[in-house]
Write a protein that binds this ligand. Structure first.
Ligand SMILES: NC(=O)c1ccc[n+]([C@@H]2O[C@H](COP(=O)([O-])OP(=O)(O)OC[C@H]3O[C@@H](n4cnc5c(N)ncnc54)[C@H](O)[C@@H]3O)[C@@H](O)[C@H]2O)c1
Length: 418
């Protein structure tokens, strides 16, 4: 078996952490148990490009239990947990190609290695793997029944491919399931982004001026949790409805040109590029902390910061100090890569339980229905989405009401008024 991980001797520690995460993933566990019996993915070769974390390990184990040959590479050069990668190789015999801190060249070489098994299915977080297939390995397309995509940025890229008529096979947009983005993007990224900032810096959030760029699912979560920690939160937006929502949620809203002057901590979560750029870095206060929790590091114009700076030095892990003319310092966290996965451990397992239940069931859906689908981006079927919510509630010991026959009838009729 080919693989490329930092050190397989880390497997014992990684396995213990995989099991710890598994304790908080009851929905995925139920799916794994069923997959073991029914083997719905038998004969599939699944190439996955996901953050190599304890939660992803539990997903990979579920997919293998379902009968798939799984090969895994990282969806970000800084998000790999090396002990987890080692455990997947040594304990679970799943080939992994991922090393935390790998350079861009190795990152792409690892993707190539993951495709060597000639996949029948791809699984992406950010659409890098499918992009490689469409640009460099078109020979593989005819053998691929379908794929899945985990995050907002990936779905945006895939929809652009669909629009340009170049998407070679159908994709299920796992991100767009309600049981994914309502929870993972909001509560998962909300909590883990603050976790990453705190582990990297240990700053006091209470009283700080904390700027969140983007008030989408992730932005709402980050803003909510920062406020909970006592920060004075400012939102920047381009969408008037979302800006209005932020105002009515009680946040200050202003353009970045103003926020840049007063902010002490900045987090970008827009899925867009160059949210913080030269003009903003030039007016920031001394000591401003800048980071990104959107999928790609392009949200920050790091090359512009580098050009502006007289001096750069690493002050502690994941913290680089840039000294600008006038001796103002800007602290960039994790080189602008997703802070929650670089400096912390990513989302808590309990929330990834639902995201990855969606992944596993979408893979099963692809096996059953893929051949009949068009080369388009599909949402997760609603019955799957609702079933995951039901299973999650049950695992939490929470019951909900059922419609009475009278209520069902009422909702389906139009004759009854006041
Ligand atoms: N760190 C993680 O673990 C993690 C988890 C989930 C999603 N993500 C990523 O986070 C990003 C945001 O995801 P989302 O689900 O919140 O998307 P979303 O589409 O719900 O929200 C993005 C928001 O950013 C706003 N925006 C766009 N350009 C802007 C600009 N120039 N200035 C200010 N606001 C702007 C949009 O109007 C929108 O409201 C994506 O890149 C997604 O892939 C990261």
């Amino acid at each position: 078996m080919r693989y490329d991980v930092k050190d397989v001797r880390l497997a014992k520690a990684g396995q213990a952490r995989i099991e710890w995460a598994g304790n908080s993933m009851p929905v995925l566990e139920q799916i794994t148990t069923r997959f073991k019996k029914q083997k719905p993915l038998r004969g599939q070769r699944l190439s996955a490009c996901l953050h190599v974390t304890t939660e992803t390990a539990n997903l990979a184990i579920a997919l293998k239990a379902g009968g798939a040959d799984v090969a895994l590479c990282a969806s970000n050069p800084l998000s790999t947990q090396d002990d987890v990668a080692a455990a997947l190789v040594k304990v679970h015999k799943i080939p992994v190609f991922a090393i935390k801190g790998e350079n861009n060249k190795t990152y792409y070489e690892h993707m190539v290695a993951t495709l060597a098994q000639k996949p029948t299915m791809t699984m992406d977080d950010g659409a890098d793997l499918v992009t490689m297939v469409l640009q460099k390995r078109t020979d593989l397309i005819k053998g691929i029944v379908g794929g899945t995509e985990e995050t907002t940025t990936g779905v945006i890229r895939l929809k652009a491919m669909e629009k340009d008529g170049v998407l070679g096979y159908p994709i299920v947009a796992v991100n767009d399931a309600d049981t994914k983005h309502f929870f993972d993007n909001r509560y998962g990224t909300g909590q883990s982004t603050l976790d990453g900032i705190l582990r990297a810096t240990n700053i006091l959030l209470a009283g700080s001026r904390f700027v969140v760029a983007g008030y989408g699912w992730v932005g709402r979560g980050v803003a909510m949790r920062a406020r909970g920690a006592g920060a004075r939160v400012i939102i920047t937006e381009v969408d008037p409805t979302r800006a209005l929502e932020a105002v009515m949620d009680g946040f200050e809203v202003m353009p970045m040109a103003e926020a840049a002057r007063i902010g002490q901590v900045f987090v970008t979560v827009t899925g867009n590029k160059h949210i913080l750029r030269r003009e903003h870095f030039r007016v920031m206060q001394d000591g401003a902390i800048v980071c990104n929790s959107g999928h790609f590091n392009v949200e920050l114009d790091v090359p512009a910061l580098r050009k502006l700076a007289k001096k750069k030095r690493a002050v502690k892990p994941f913290v680089d100090e840039y000294t600008l003319p006038g001796n103002r310092r800007i602290f960039l966290l994790a080189e602008g890569r997703l802070i929650n996965l670089s400096a912390a451990e990513g989302h808590p397992a309990s929330v990834m339980d639902m995201s990855f239940a969606n992944q596993a069931l979408s893979a099963e859906f692809m096996v059953k229905k893929g051949k009949r689908l068009e080369k388009k981006v599909y949402r997760v079927p609603v019955p799957i989405d609702r079933e995951i919510a039901r299973l999650k509630l049950r695992s939490m010991g929470i019951g909900v009401d059922r419609l009475t026959p009278e209520q069902k009838h009422y909702l389906a009729s139009w004759q009854e008024g006041t």
